[in-house]
Ligand binder design. Sequence first.
Ligand code: 3UK
Length: 542
Amino acid sequence: MSYTAHVDTFARDNLPPRDQWPEMIFEIPEVQYPERINCGAELLDKHVQKGWGNRPVIHNYTGVISYAEMLKQVNQIAQVLTEDMGLVPGNRVLLRGANSAIMAICWFAVVKAGLIAVTTMAMLREKELVDVMEKAQVNAALCDKALDTELLAAQKRCPSLKQIMYFNDASSDGLEARAGGKSGEFEAIDTAADDVVLIAFTSGTTGKPKGTMHFHRDVLTICDCFPKSIVQMTPDDISIGTPPLAFTFGLGGILLFPMRVGGSTVLLEKLSPDIMLKAIQDFKITITWSSPVFYRQMSGLVGGYNISSLKKCISAGEALPVSTRTMWREASGIEMIDGIGSTELLHIFISAAGADVRPGSTGRPIPGYRACILDQQGNPLPSGNVGRLAVKGPTGCRYMSDERQKDYSQNGWNVTGDAYFMDDDGYFWFHARTDDIILTAGYNVSGPEVEEALMKHPAVADCAVVGAPDDDRGQIVKAFVVLKAGETGDEAMVKTLQEFVKQVIAPYKYPRAIEFKESLPRTNTGKLQRFVLRRQEMIKAQ
Ligand code: 3UK
């Protein structure tokens, strides 16, 4: 490796050995970048330079921030980071807060100053913060004053964290006050295209969080792939979404992608289905980014709002059930864009939009990416066979000093941990997370497939299906069901749902056990934690 702007080379020193990286392919013209580039300047300064300074970039209920205003505030905070805090390129800065304008501004300040952003979710507790900060050897933090307690507790266990600066802090030592005293003149650090710009931690359905390292060029790459070829975003689009900026799905969808094209985004701290629908109406939103569960919850509430401005709705994070796609189409008139992405690949790599959508399928590899299905030995399988999804393209997995690099990156492919099959037309169909396949009496059953069948029943609000240990069958299919208000979870309902599933999918897949619950365990990013239920069942069986 050649030039780096990093004075502190910690990130580069902890990249996986080059021979453990997946193969990278840069075959489309959109992803050719110069050797030195700062993605912060590309996404922000460039618009002001070309005369778009007065255009809106961030909206919320207190007002609008233009590109020029954002640039000034970003520069002022970059000055605080470098002049007052003495941080040097390559240092890691933890960002802690809910989605808001100030979080977005801090992210850009960190990036323009050549520092490395480690964005975390507001709800993280001491232990989770310690895991992240130890791993990334975080040097400083920019944190919402309202969230100081857990961070201060974590700091005691993380000697690398020397400085904390608070925003939303009225004191004279707060970030806003200090930034207010700065000139707002700051030239972006001339980073290498392959200098690390962010460390994103996996949302972790299992195990210790893994830190994925991404370069300045990777950030631009995701901006120049999915949003251009599939979503076809324009400068007039206004985005809103539920995923946190700490989740790369959110970082891309509700911050970076709108800014790449000179468009705008609405950043609100809390989004319930009702608040989101109201925001779509109030801000005349054109694009939404969210998870299947959230669209399902919004479907029933659409009637109370005018959402006629809406053009495109992106769903990711979990498989999109056909019933949810249909429900949202009937409620909003919009055919959703499903897409699978991962923290390791930074954003979405298989998707389809408009007339290309085949309900139930995630879609085809987006331009720039390739995908195939591998067998256990790592050989490509012919179409129609369920196997391990493998992907390669201009982004790829680089875990920070982690043995698990070899699990995700195999023979040049990114192996995502999902079981999929490809049809004769090259469409990819989700089967299950590899861990969520149930082995019952010699059959392979996909938990999510049974969930999808159950979800079609009008009494079911939400559900999770896992394998529970069973002496005769190895495992049995067990469903955890949240019923809609007014429904009763009794024996008769168990029978009804079992019979219903047998009518929808092959009868051997029906849930032999059904338990009713008030709610289901989910990660901070909204993913179902089937492993929690699986573990519960294992303990019960002992
Ligand atoms: C699952 C999906 C079926 C799949 C993500 C968009 O989810 C994101 O990243 P994570 O690292 O999880 C990755 C895993 O989530 N998944 C995501 N989307 C779909 N399964 N259909 C989908 N549409 O198991 C994948 O391996 O948390 C999503 C953009 C950026 C992201 N980081």
